[in-house]
Design a protein around this ligand. Structure first.
Ligand code: 9M6
Length: 240
């Protein structure tokens, strides 16, 4: 197939991000601190600063009943649903369709007072991965979003401060077949979701403000997004 200029970077980043997402939280010595918990959802962060800016890596793990990893990645990747679940989104543009599983986006996010408004340009790639731990287990699905440059959208040219991010959504479907051999239903499936993100806010913003934004927005985002996928899929055939 035709090699897009970004392909080597996409390959490398996906492998790297998937490997990191699969690593557990490790013991508390690993610097991950639990900062939000809601039922099956657990959110961890590491406090890190680059050039005095908060870039706290985030790792969330969640188990959601009744949906598959393919369905979670489909609704996360596909642009047509994004305004339904991404509450901080003010504008989203698909800049390039690199392939049917790889897009380039420009997004302007709502201003979060007192920080100035932010925008981001990133490529987004969705992929099914072989389940190398359990050969005949269900596949693993992932979406990786990674900031990139676009000559038509230079950073900090307009009113927005350009942010930089790397995001990995890794989903593992679990199937527990019913004892009595009846056909599988959504009651027999669940999805283990690992969401990793590192957001560099671009321009300086007070650490206390950013950490408050992260603490509020990330749990809200993951709960809202997973509830959205459950609602969208509940009366549709299971997409494995
Ligand atoms: O997973 S994605 O690729 C989904 C596609 O949309 C993605 C996730 C998060 C962001 C994002 C962009 C800007 C900001 C801030 C930084 C300073 C002021 C605005 C934030 C802060 C962390 C808070 C936040 C967290 C989660 C959701 C929305 N807001 C997050 C962008 C994309």
């Amino acid at each position: 197939a035709f090699q897009h200029r970004l392909w080597p970077e996409i390959e490398k980043t996906v492998k790297q991000q998937v490997a990191m997402a699969r690593m557990g939280i490790g013991d508390c010595g690993s610097g991950w601190q639990l900062f939000a918990e809601d039922g099956e959802m657990k959110m961890y962060r590491r406090e890190e600063e680059v050039d005095g800016m908060v870039v706290d890596p985030l790792k969330a793990v969640h188990v959601v009943k009744g949906i598959t990893g393919h369905e979670v990645c489909h609704y996360f990747f596909s642009p047509q649903y994004r305004y339904d679940w991404e509450t901080t989104l003010e504008q989203m543009t698909v800049l390039e369709t690199i392939s049917d599983d790889t897009l380039m986006f420009h997004q302007i996010h709502k201003r979060i007072w007192p920080a100035s408004q932010r925008d981001v340009v990133f490529w987004s790639h969705m992929r099914k991965l072989p389940n190398d731990q359990d050969r005949d287990g269900p596949d693993i699905w992932t979406v990786v979003n990674n900031s990139t440059e676009d000559p038509d959208h230079p950073a900090n040219a307009g009113k927005c401060v350009r942010i930089f991010l790397t995001v990995c959504l890794l989903c593992q479907t679990r199937v527990i077949p019913p004892k009595d051999g009846t056909p599988l239903s959504r009651d027999n499936i669940s999805c283990k979701i690992t969401y990793c993100s590192v957001v560099n806010p671009g321009g300086w913003a007070p650490a206390s403000v950013l950490r408050a934004v992260y603490k509020r927005e990330y749990p809200k985002f993951l709960k809202r997004f997973t509830a959205y996928v459950k609602n969208q899929t509940k009366s549709k055939p299971i997409m494995y």
